[in-house]
Design a protein around this ligand. Structure first.
Ligand code: WT7
Length: 637
């Protein structure tokens, strides 16, 4: 494939950026013209941040799978679309060509239709990183169903909440998943979740681990059996459903500062254009290259840079089932070597943990194929940046630090590999189409360079969030009401002398633990479900590997004698309510929380104590009971 909109040098970037600001409609219309449309759009852009409404390519008709699969069949049918590396290196790699992917997606799309799943219906996908997960998502898109992928680490209760919020009619899952030396049960978790869901009529189970599971008659069926039925009936072909540009493509739940995760909704056309444009430009993808993104498809990074970005560009996307540290801490580098990966896109937390195993581990693999390195998910510290660049990229491969969010659909601020300048720990310059603004607490725009403030975006880009599922007002409130006519990211940011951006982290009550977004209120709600708990307050603290760790201050009923049991019980409660990713690293049982006279918890104080920065806690005179602070300080873990 050719990418006429791939930016070749810094001057071209400046020209593209300027045009994207001065003539956004012309700019995006030109780019969109390189996709396959059943009917082109009537209007490029319609938007109103006051009501949180954005429409891109309105009146256009398309199906994203025709752009991700069918259009590559004329010239690249035999090229590998998905290169799958299993958890266990002893198991065989799978190579799925564009032609195979086409057949598999159409066949499974027919299974979905047979199960009564229709255009607009919501389908929950809860699977491990098997190629069938990609097939399942694409098959939904083929028939116009809206997929909602849930990360395999979430508990039954959080799955139930998401299924009920989306009103999903079907679930696609696996018996279990392999991760390192563990078997993770998936179907039993779905069984548990579905006890409190009434909308799901079908569960399709892909056979992966072979562990014994229960199948509920009428509701549950096996993936391979259903496919065989379609094959026997000769239903091999499935015409792509013609979708409107603004029809929803998927829902992806993410945490915010309230207790309840939001279903971020992305559209079909705008998301597709954005995922593709950012993929092609940030990673400077060249035809024939192998793109290795280590994320899980349960998160937005996997959606945009394992599935839709690479496939829409006709790339070979490497999908890895396993974990970085099994069978040993060289696994990522071995996978990169084995498949001659050209691009490696991973997270700072993985880099920091692998760094700890020593420089000789990456040195044992031949990493000469790597041409571009990428980082995403949290601010990358200088040490990790340099280690990745020097020991993995051997100072040869440019490193892109990509800042973006579930809500933005794709990369927003990043250097373009080898094309625009890079600066360690800086995401650097915005992509064409992205207009960052820094504002102070009062909402005043901060002009000029060498300044910092809250990061907002002043104009819509094609991948912008369209709504939060079932509650548009929540979308408006969360992202468009803090500052008039601006999209608010929730991140703090500085702009240096050269106008380069560095994201400094969240300014709201959202934690970033190993690159996973977790709301403090969500963890508090979970902790409070434990019968012995009266109340709790959760804050983040700096963690060498995870970026942030979770510190919980908990008030329990009764004597503190049973503290150890309470701590174990609280961890278990959080595992059940959310999943182990939200389990607090530290739990301190306290007799009270520092509150103002109006009853508001002073998190500022708790944050300082959790960080170990107790010398100056600031003004505590407004506290109801200042003595409690001394007790908490003394009991710090
Ligand atoms: C939050 C979004 C974007 C996909 C993965 C996370 C933080 C993300 C960077 C970066 C500094 C970053 C921000 C952002 N973040 N990338 N390169 N530098 N911070 O998606 O779960 O929606 O989280 O991750 O705080 O708001 P997410």
């Amino acid at each position: 494939m050719q990418y006429p909109y791939q930016i070749p040098d810094f001057d071209s970037y400046k020209i593209a950026y300027k045009r994207s600001v001065e003539d956004p409609e012309g700019f995006w219309a030109d780019i969109a013209s390189h996709f396959f449309w059943r009917k082109t759009w009537d209007k490029v852009l319609d938007w109103d941040f006051e009501t949180a409404n954005t429409r891109w390519f309105d009146g256009g008709r398309l199906n994203i799978t025709e752009n991700c699969i069918d259009r590559h069949l004329t010239e690249h049918a035999d090229q590998t679309a998905i290169l799958w590396e299993p958890n266990n290196p002893a198991e065989a790699t799978q190579r799925i060509s564009y032609s195979d992917l086409h057949k598999r997606v159409m066949l499974f799309a027919n299974v979905l239709k047979e199960k009564g799943i229709k255009k607009g219906g919501r389908v929950c996908i809860y699977m491990g990183m098997v190629p069938e997960l990609a097939v399942a998502a694409l098959a939904c898109a083929r028939i116009g169903a809206v997929h909602s992928v849930i990360f395999g680490g979430f508990s039954a209760q959080s799955i139930a909440d998401r299924i009920n919020d989306a009103g999903a009619c079907a679930v696609i899952t696996c018996d279990g998943a392999f991760r390192g030396n563990k078997h993770i049960p998936l179907k039993p978790v779905i069984d548990e979740a579905l006890k409190s869901c009434s909308t799901v009529h079908s569960v399709i189970v892909y056979h992966r681990t072979g562990e014994a599971i229960e199948m509920q008659e009428k509701r549950d069926c096996w993936w391979h059996e259903e496919e065989q039925i379609q094959i026997n009936a000769g239903n091999l072909h499935c015409e792509a459903e013609e979708m409107e540009s603004e029809d929803p493509l998927f829902i992806l739940y993410t945490s915010g500062s309230t207790g309840k995760p939001k279903g971020v909704v992305h559209s079909t056309a705008g998301y597709m254009v954005w995922a593709n444009y950012t993929f092609v430009n940030v990673f400077q993808y060249k035809a024939g290259q192998v793109h290795f993104c280590t994320a899980d498809i349960g998160w937005i990074t996997g959606h945009s840079y394992i599935l839709y970005g690479p496939l829409s560009a006709g790339a070979t996307t490497l999908m890895f089932e396993g974990i970085p540290t099994w069978p040993d801490a060289g696994r990522f580098w071995q996978v990169a070597e084995k498949h001659r990966a050209d691009i490696l896109y991973t997270a700072p937390t993985a880099i920091r943990s692998l760094m700890g195993f020593g420089d000789d581990i990456p040195a044992q693999s031949n990493l000469s194929s790597l041409k571009v390195l990428g980082s995403v998910g949290e601010p990358i510290n200088s040490e990790a940046w340099h280690w990745f660049y020097e020991k993995v990229g051997q100072k040869r491969a440019p490193l892109v630090d990509t800042w973006w969010q579930t809500e933005t659909g794709g990369i927003m601020i990043s250097n373009l590999a080898g094309v625009t300048p890079s600066k360690p720990t800086f995401a650097t310059y915005p992509l064409p189409g992205v207009q960052p603004v820094l504002v102070d607490e009062s909402g005043k725009t901060i002009e000029g360079n060498a300044v910092s403030g809250n990061l907002c975006i002043r104009f819509p880009w094609p991948g912008i969030i369209r709504t939060t599922y079932g509650d548009h007002e929540r979308c408006r409130q969360t992202y468009f009401s803090a500052y008039p006519n601006l999209y608010f990211t929730g991140d703090g940011c500085l702009r240096d002398e050269e106008g380069m951006y560095r994201i400094t982290g969240r300014v709201d009550d959202v934690l970033n633990v190993s690159g996973h977004r977790i709301g403090t209120a969500e963890v508090e709600n979970a902790i409070n479900m434990h019968p012995g708990v009266v109340e709790s307050a959760v804050v983040g603290y700096k963690h060498d590997i995870k970026g942030q760790g979770i510190y919980a201050f908990v008030v329990c009923a009764g004597a503190n004698a049973a503290e150890d049991a309470a701590v174990v019980g609280i961890k278990h409660t959080v595992d059940k309510a959310i999943g182990p990713i939200a389990r607090p690293d530290k739990i301190q049982i306290v007799s009270g929380l520092p509150k103002t006279r109006s009853g508001k918890i002073m998190r500022r104080i708790l944050r300082k104590i959790a960080e170990g920065d107790v010398s100056n806690l600031g003004d505590t005179t407004t506290l109801l009971d200042p003595a409690v602070v001394e007790e908490i300080k003394a009991g710090r873990i």
